[in-house]
Ligand binder design. Structure first.
Ligand code: PLP
Length: 458
């Protein structure tokens, strides 16, 4: 089975028609959007690779599940289906639904972080770090150095550097570390997996120091696929079994089900500790909703429980990651610098190397994303200095080594021909890259600035 190409294990039953735009229309649209692709109207976008979040195509079974929504305020049947799916596929006993991943991050951070605490993680994620900071904590990056190097081909760039964890505990003491937060298929590193060997080492370290292990499991199935392909001893295990093994090594999980689990909205916080569950139930009613719906409609919980089962299917993941690799290989073959190895959910062209004439303070990745849209109607996202934001204490810009745009592939949505058009647009872009100008802020929001910032050309 694994010998054939990555062709999709489904056929198309309904299509969504797209508007085709001219270069003049797109030029006006990107100026009106302040050179921020988040501020474009989706109807002006041809191929939307902004994010894989909430943009997946649901299956006919998931759509049928919507009709089985039990919209009771309390005790919805669909909540129990969701809870059972989380336990069956992800091992966690207790599930608290939330409106999306950041809702779960908020509750986790408020439950466990005290003022002055430190939260180590394998690279930051935008909303995760902000919730940690709002709860009084400081994020500490403990990912291996290779993760920050776009050209390193390390097979598990999501791995943790144990020496960095040891140094932190020596410096601040275990009582100042409420939990270690491990992401699977690290988004900000380029969709790069953590190995089970590294995760097991972190588990042992946490046990030794009496520290909890939290799991940002947003892309756990994609991570499991890379373990199956790259880690010795796992080549004959199913993605489903590897996903379970990963989750089973951790104590608590936050999930944005808008990614792996192929629903348009939703998430949850899951855990094994009954006392923590009680606390989470008390907090979820304040921020999200009652503990049996937490900001989700019953129908959406039903679609989610079906999506969880579909997401761990070997053929599904093979096609999903295969499509991402297809686009990545086309760019690589054309000589376009990208983060390597090619990640699980996206291809990350390296703006530092494509636009060496633009200093990081003039936002090269932001400028590259704007120009890609202007010439092709393909929408990408900046993942560089704009996304990294400012230090909450000093107010200085974080200056990440990775200055990239992200071509994020929604699950089950686009065809191979769409990937070809995207590759052709990137090749066009590379040919006139030296004419692209840098940007400066005309509006900079205080928090999560990348979403709503506006720019003009320098
Ligand atoms: C998307 C994402 C989140 C936040 O989830 P939302 O559903 O967007 O709130 C957290 N962590 C990672 C790794 C993500 O990709």
């Amino acid at each position: 089975m694994r010998q054939h190409s990555w062709a999709e294990p489904y056929k198309i039953k309904a299509v969504e028609l797209l508007k085709m735009t001219t270069r003049e229309q797109r030029d006006a649209a990107i100026r009106e959007a302040g050179f921020n692709t988040f501020l474009l109207r989706s109807e002006d976008v041809y191929i939307d690779l902004l994010t894989d979040s909430g943009t997946s195509a649901m299956s006919d079974r998931q759509w049928a599940g919507l009709m089985r929504g039990d919209e009771a305020y309390a005790g919805s049947t669909n909540f129990y289906h969701l809870r059972d799916a989380v336990e069956e596929y992800y091992s966690y006993k207790y599930t608290v639904p939330t409106h999306q991943g950041r809702g779960a991050e908020n509750i986790l951070s408020q439950m466990l972080i005290r003022d002055g605490d430190y939260v180590p993680g394998n690279m930051y994620f935008t909303t995760t770090r902000l919730h940690q900071e709002l709860a009084g904590g400081t994020f500490v990056d403990v990912i291996i150095d290779e993760a920050h190097d776009a050209q390193s081909e390390h097979p598990f760039k999501g791995d943790v550097d144990m020496a960095k964890l040891d140094a932190l505990v020596d410096e601040v003491g275990a009582e100042k570390i409420p939990y270690v937060c491990i992401a699977t298929c690290v988004n900000m590193a380029g969709g790069q997996p953590i190995s089970l060997a590294s995760l097991k080492a972190v588990r042992a370290w946490c046990d030794k120091h009496g520290i909890r292990l939290a799991h940002d499991m947003t892309r756990v199935a994609e991570n499991a696929h890379f373990i199956q392909r790259r880690e010795a001893g796992y080549e004959n295990k199913s993605v489903k079994d590897i996903v379970y093994e990963i989750c089973d090594l951790t104590d608590i999980a936050t999930m944005s089900s808008k990614k792996d689990a192929m629903v348009n909205i939703g998430g949850f916080l899951a855990m094994n500790d009954p006392e923590l569950y009680e606390k989470a139930c008390a907090l979820v009613v304040v921020y999200e909703g009652l503990h049996t719906y937490g900001g989700m409609a019953g129908r959406d919980m039903e679609a989610l429980s079906i999506g969880i089962a579909e997401s761990v299917d070997d053929n599904h993941i093979h096609a999903r990651v295969g499509q991402v690799e297809y686009l990545g290989n086309r760019l690589r073959d054309a000589g376009i610098p990208i983060v390597l190895p090619i990640g699980g959910h996206a291809v990350f062209p390296d703006a530092r190397r494509m636009l060496p004439h633009i200093p990081q303070e003039h936002f090269p990745a932001q400028a590259l994303a704007a120009e890609l849209y202007r010439i092709s109607g393909v929408r990408a996202m900046e993942r560089g200095i704009v996304s990294a934001g400012r230090d909450s204490v000093t107010g200085e810009n974080h200056k990440p080594e990775l200055e990239t745009i992200r071509l994020t592939i929604p699950r089950r949505v686009y065809t191979q021909a769409h990937m070809d058009v995207t590759a052709e647009a990137m090749i066009d872009l590379a040919e006139h890259a030296n004419q692209i100008r840098g940007l400066k802020f005309v509006y900079e929001p205080k928090m999560l600035r990348f979403f709503q910032a506006r720019f003009e050309q320098v």
